[in-house]
Design a protein around this ligand. Structure first.
Ligand code: PLP
Length: 444
């Protein structure tokens, strides 16, 4: 039955409708291109929402994974396996470069799960670490008697769809219907120093979590000063500074670390989460935790990266030999084929190409490396009444699909370009000419 039933019908009948999917049935891909079930070609400037970081079916990754799948796929984390060990070393090295590799990594399966690791790290740090010594006020004395557990996150942020993830996320729409929310998260305005200062002074706060580049919100960067202030406040209040690099990490900004593109390598967080592009399309998430010292209430002093000790956290599939071998090869390809450099040079080229269209329907283009978004004018739906039903960004994304370009909407008015890190200049020029044609036709 299913061999002949159209894909769309099988979805309608058997897949829980959590996604409002586009009417595209994709069948295969290569590099920055994908083809649908009818053989129609598209330029893939969504890359599975920043996941297929070195394009579809890179021959080196195909070969390594074919070899690994025929050797050892899964063992559980009851045992040691070489690919996971090598990948951990690589991730620690590239996080700390040019300094010596410090800290350790935990592997999981997705961005939301990686962030869960960060929340648990923060809770354990708050429950078992010695809080900062009270200096002046009764409020500080009272606070010092409590276990700290509140994580400060940002308005507009996105941290995933688990229960804690939606509590951490600074967008009401993801929380709706799932109350009561997991306790212990507060949001402050992104890039608002005084708001952050006020929040860290509240009793019970233990960590700050932020995306250096807010991806789902449509490519909004943390200011270097805001990140430095967060570091300074976390140091002063004995809190953890944690970066969600699920979307902006591992090459997308033109550096292994998104925050280094924005604020330089001198700034180091205490922990980082990754997923998306880490294994080029295979499900893998990870966190890096620094080796800064933590003094425990027991009197012992340990590195932060050993705080989540045996039995405290785990996941069956995290860092299987198969996915780890793939991720190792993806990261080696990025390094050896100059893709960080490609993101650094072609990101600005793509931004300039969108700006050069000079469309009256675009009011802003934002970018960091190969994370780009263009903002449609606020009165788009008044200017283009046909867009009223779907909303501006979905309306334009639909028209771009018809013209052979895949892009990703961000909210009602922004559209992202997140092409593979090895996208070619000619492909960017082709995407820009499709966009120019589509916007020209819409504007009439
Ligand atoms: N954090 C950020 C910054 C993200 O962009 C996303 C996904 O878009 C997530 C976390 C959640 O990742 P996942 O969908 O793999 O759970």
């Amino acid at each position: 039955m299913s061999a002949t039933t159209p894909t769309r019908e099988l979805y309608d009948r058997y897949v829980i409708p959590t996604y409002a999917r586009f009417e595209l049935r994709l069948a295969r891909g290569r590099g920055s291109e994908v083809w649908d079930e009818d053989g129609r070609r598209y330029l893939d400037f969504g890359a599975g929402i920043a996941v297929t970081s070195i394009g579809h079916c890179h021959p080196r990754v195909v070969r390594v994974m074919q070899e690994q799948i025929a050797t050892l796929v899964h063992t559980s984390n009851l045992y040691f396996t070489r690919p996971q060990a090598v990948l951990a070393e690589r991730l620690v090295r590239l996080t700390c470069a040019p300094g010596p590799p410090r800290g350790k990594v935990f592997f999981c399966n997705s961005g939301a799960e990686a962030n869960e690791g960060l929340y648990k790290l923060a809770r354990k740090f708050g429950n078992e670490g010695v809080p900062p010594a009270p200096t002046h006020t009764v409020g500080e004395l009272v606070a010092a008697c409590q276990n700290r557990h509140t994580v400060i996150t940002m308005h507009g942020s996105f941290h995933g769809r688990t229960l804690a993830g939606i509590a951490a996320t600074g967008q009401e729409k993801v929380k709706k219907g799932f109350e009561p929310l997991v306790e212990g998260f507060v949001q402050v305005e992104f890039n608002n120093g005084p708001a952050l200062l006020a929040a860290v002074q509240e009793p019970g706060t233990v960590a700050v979590l932020l995306e250096p580049v807010q991806g789902e919100r449509g490519i909004h960067s943390a200011s270097p000063d805001f990140m430095r202030l967060a570091r300074e406040l976390c140091d002063r209040h004995e809190m953890l500074l944690m970066f969600d690099e699920v979307q902006c990490g591992l090459g997308r900004t033109g550096d292994w670390c998104g925050w280094k593109t924005l604020a330089g390598g001198a700034l180091m967080p205490d922990a980082v989460s990754w997923a998306k592009g880490i294994a080029g399309g295979f499900p893998l998430g990870a966190i890096w935790v620094s080796d800064r010292s933590v003094t425990l209430k027991t009197g012992a002093t340990i590195p932060l990266c050993d705080l989540l000790g045996p039995g405290s956290h785990g996941t069956t599939f995290g860092g299987t030999p198969l996915v780890s071998a793939g991720a190792n090869e993806v990261l080696a390809v990025i390094e050896e084929e100059g893709m960080l450099e490609n993101a650094r040079t072609l990101g600005p080229h793509a931004k300039a190409a969108i700006e050069a269209i000079g469309s009256p329907l675009i009011c802003e283009v934002r970018s960091v490396g190969l994370m780009l978004a263009f903002e449609l004018v606020p009165d788009f739906a008044e200017r283009v009444p046909a867009a009223k039903e779907r909303g501006p960004s979905l309306f334009v994304v639909d028209r771009l699909h018809e013209a052979g370009l895949l892009t990703v909407p961000s909210g009602t008015h922004a559209i992202r370009w997140l092409p593979p890190l090895n996208v070619k200049r000619s492909e960017i020029d082709e995407a820009a000419s499709i966009l120019a044609r589509v916007l020209g036709a819409i504007a009439g």
